[in-house]
Design a protein around this ligand. Structure first.
Ligand code: GLC
Length: 572
């Protein structure tokens, strides 16, 4: 590995200057509208985050990734951006943002901003101009407009579905009031796709990257990084033809899909890399690219974004063999590209892992979809058959899995609330749901609101200390027992486990190497890191003998000196 970084003993100030700070960082994802509400309007905000910087410092994370905080009508939780270079007035001001960035940096925490380049919102000034301008105009060319099919253009240009369900094309009304052209939207209709063949779009995003980098943003998380460039040469293939040729998970393994994971998308990121390298230390980026594993390294290349999410563990069962295969493969892949690996179990798009692991095996809860029960029915639909969910087991396995992940080389991405062992909220009434995937798929998908419910900070009070008012998504009564207040200083709590593990991880972190140690038991994974740090996980149902060594931390108490079922321990 050429760029092996040794972060073992770096202090906070050394970390700030280290160009490799991201390689083995623990990154905490904040979904700003659900983190902390400073003004009691029910919506989390920037000042709320600033007020919680001491909490984040005590947690022991290296960086914060902020999901979109830009002006937005929230058609898709903020991933519908009205203005890329501003803060949503509902969340604060640019001055509030600067104050937050300074507070994070003063606490030794880096700041990663989410950037959403595939689509703007339909309220962006570009889109309004496109609607007001004639067919063929420069304003329309910033998006993907097409004439419809049929004698009067009344049918969409293709039969493609949007990711959130329903057609991927929406018809507009022309300025003269007649039914007009169609525009493409891979996601909600409020998220028109931008035309990345248009130089103006490319330049404007370079400007946006500099805008936030100048304000102290240390890195970017790139939303649907694999969708930007498109080949929409006629005739467009039908969705049947597309899926027949589809060999990857979410796109063509050979780059021939009209909009997923095309080769020329990397030309965009080569330009971005030049901007990142204008800064010292260079700005970093991580691609959200749900692509075939063989094509992921190109996003993670040092000449491109530098790092890419690997969602393999997130999609795996709690299973020793699956974990071992995924870890081995991804470390080899990272070593071959010069990137470091990324690991993640939970984010704002998936069912929380404490819930997934409490469901029968096979209930993967893959992206945007709820975990399903054994019968294939969506467990989370309308509260679901709760008897299938074993809350205690889910929490126990989640703690074990996280402790294992925190010992693996690479960056660990954590999602707000997982440090509390928070479960997915299933019991959100239909009338209070917000996710477009619920509305566009009624009765099939419940959507992603269940992992976006505002955090419980206090055991009592309106919104459990989230703010002085209510919460924009309803919090169930059982949130009380997960509150920060209930766990702070409580021995054995999930919060204290995360604090201990993150602190130890900083001290123990060494070269990006891992060596498997054979255990003779297929249910037990044991590996070592340079410097004598070892992690052992019992995926099985019965307690096992611990290997020799001093126990540094364990995800559940040892029983008679043994490592119980569904437990991880770190040793030295
Ligand atoms: C990404 C985001 C998701 C969003 C989608 C469209 O997958 O993680 O939340 O809905 O992009 O922007």
């Amino acid at each position: 590995m050429s760029t092996t970084a040794t972060l073992a003993t770096l202090s906070d100030s050394n970390l700030a200057a280290d160009p490799n700070w991201w390689r083995q960082a623990s990154v905490y994802q904040i979904y700003p509208r659900s983190f902390a509400d400073s003004n009691g309007d029910g919506l989390g905000d920037i000042k709320g985050i600033t007020a919680k910087v001491p909490y984040l410092k005590e947690l022991g994370i290296d960086a914060v990734w902020l999901s979109p905080f830009y002006p937005s009508a929230l058609a898709d939780g903020g991933y519908d951006v009205d203005d890329y270079r501003n803060v949503d007035p509902k969340l604060g001001t640019l001055e509030d943002f600067d104050e937050m960035a300074n507070a994070l940096h003063a606490a030794g925490i880096k700041l990663i901003a989410d950037i959403v380049p595939n689509h703007s919102s339909d309220r962006h000034e570009w889109f309004r101009e496109a609607l007001a301008s004639p067919k063929g105009s420069a304003a329309r060319d910033r998006y993907i407009f097409r004439d419809g099919k049929g004698p009067n253009g009344e049918f969409p240009p293709s039969d493609w579905d949007s990711v959130f369900g329903g057609p991927a094309w929406e018809r507009i009304t022309e300025p003269d009031g007649t039914p007009g052209q169609w525009y493409m939207h891979i996601f909600a209709k409020e998220q028109p796709d931008l035309n990345w063949a248009n130089r103006e779009i490319r330049d404007d995003f370079l400007k946006t990257l500099r805008f936030w980098s100048d304000r102290g943003v240390d890195g970017f998380r790139v939303d649907v990084a694999h969708a930007l460039t498109k080949d929409l040469t006629e005739p467009l293939l039908s969705k049947l033809e597309l899926s027949a040729a589809n060999t990857g998970t979410d796109g063509f393994a050979d780059g021939s899909h009209p909009f997923w994971d095309r080769d020329d998308v990397h030309e965009v990121y080569a330009e971005w890399r030049e901007v990142f390298n204008e800064y010292n230390p260079p700005r970093t980026a991580v691609a959200e690219a749900w692509v075939h594993a063989t094509r992921r390294p190109r996003y993670a290349s040092p000449a491109g974004l530098g790092q890419a999410f690997n969602f393999d563990l997130l999609q795996a069962d709690f299973d020793a063999e699956e974990f071992r295969e995924i870890i081995t493969r991804n470390l080899a892949e990272a070593a071959a590209t010069g990137a470091s690996s990324t690991w993640v179990f939970s984010n704002h798009d998936v069912v929380r892992h404490a819930t997934r692991y409490g469901l029968p095996k096979g209930s993967k809860g893959s992206k945007g979809k709820p975990a399903k029960g054994q019968d294939g029915k969506s467990w989370l639909l309308a509260g679901g058959p709760k008897e299938e969910l074993d809350v205690e087991l889910g929490e126990r396995r989640a703690r074990a899995a996280t402790l294992l992940m925190l010992a693996v080389p690479g960056s660990a991405y954590l999602y707000q609330g997982e440090e509390l062992g928070l479960q997915e909220v299933a019991e959100i009434p239909d009338a209070e749901r917000q996710d477009p995937s619920f509305f566009r798929n009624k009765g099939v998908e419940v959507g992603r609101d269940g992992c976006r419910v505002p955090l419980p900070w206090a055991v009592e009070g309106t919104s459990f200390g989230f703010g002085d008012g209510g919460a924009h998504l309803p919090q169930p009564d059982w949130f009380s027992r997960y509150a920060v207040e209930a766990q702070d200083g409580t021995q054995g709590s999930t919060l204290e486990l995360y604090r201990t593990a993150l602190k130890l991880r900083r001290e123990l972190q060494a070269a990006e190497e891992l060596e498997w140690i054979e255990t003779g038991n297929p249910e037990v994974l044991h590996f070592s890191r340079p410097g004598g740090w070892r992690s052992v996980t019992n995926f099985g149902d019965t307690a096992v003998e611990l290997p020799a060594g001093t126990v540094l931390v364990s995800s559940a108490p040892l029983v008679d000196g043994k490592l119980p079922a569904n437990t991880t321990a770190w040793l030295r």
